[in-house]
Design a protein around this ligand. Structure first.
Ligand SMILES: [Zn+2]
Ligand SMILES: [Zn+2]
Length: 256
């Protein structure tokens, strides 16, 4: 399984992109940095887009992707939970700002949605996909993706602390989770459902307690303005856990 980190930040600029991950060139997760990272051909190859939640930094490229696919006769299936479908279909694909891609073209609409239920495995293009709720300001799920060869990752999406229950359902080889702000913003992180290095350390310690191991851990969703501070604090967390923790960057690739 080949994982490409297309966008790994919570704010977009010339140097940073919002969240998008790509698995084996066919399965995308979140659409914060999708169209600006992929050629038209690569966009056409996408089979599915999984959404963790409906915050703008995770969905903003959906209309642009839909237009590109529409113009090349392509289609995409978006997978999400019901609340995310409600928000995206009501505010982003409702036809007010851009064409109604869920009905256009009528014979073969560009965008179709499949609603998934948390805790139920669905098969998407040969991958087993399991959605597990996490702790965030809006309904959010993380995804465990298991390849046909049995390799697996779990991406939490945006989450705050309190993942004990979530960990019980998972056994990934690779954990992709978030760290948005440095330790001094812990109150903000708790209120808005995000992690700091210190909060992440506590969640990882609980993971190890429950599962008996720690997977390779890669972090996304950093606020670019305080990324150096986050990196320094993460080194201390990694040292105290005796574990490897990596900050992702745009263009990073991991093969499992
Ligand atoms: Zn969010
Ligand atoms: Zn976000």
């Amino acid at each position: 399984m080949d994982i490409r980190f297309l966008g790994v930040h919570n704010c977009e600029s010339k140097e940073t992109k919002c969240i998008s991950l790509l698995i084996d060139d066919t399965l995308a997760i979140d659409a914060g940095g999708l169209t600006s990272s992929l050629t038209f051909e690569a966009q056409h190859k996408l089979k599915a887009l999984l959404l963790t939640h409906h915050h703008y930094d995770h969905i903003k490229d959906i209309p642009a992707l839909a237009m590109n696919l529409f113009l090349s006769g392509g289609t995409i299936t978006i997978y999400s939970t019901a609340p995310v479908f409600e928000a995206v279909s009501s505010y982003l694909l409702d036809g007010k700002l851009y064409p109604k891609f869920m009905e256009t073209p009528p014979a073969k609409p560009t965008v179709s949605f499949t609603i998934i239920e948390p805790h139920q495995v669905v098969l998407i293009d040969g991958y087993k996909v399991l959605a597990i709720p996490v702790e965030h300001a809006t309904p959010t799920v993380g995804y465990q993706i298991t390849s046909p060869e049995g390799k697996s990752l779990f991406y939490t999406g945006d989450t705050g602390p309190g993942l004990d229950e979530c960990w019980q359902y998972l056994s990934p080889q690779l954990l992709i989770t978030e760290v948005t702000a440095p330790n001094k913003y812990e109150d903000f992180a708790r209120e808005s459902g995000h992690l700091t290095p210190s909060l992440l350390g506590q969640e990882l310690a609980k993971f190890r307690e429950i599962k008996g191991y720690l997977p390779q851990t890669v972090l996304v969703h950093m606020n670019p303005r305080v990324e150096k501070e986050i990196a320094a604090e993460l080194s201390a967390v990694a040292a105290s856990l005796g574990s490897e923790i990596t900050l992702a960057y745009e263009g990073m690739q991991i093969s499992l």
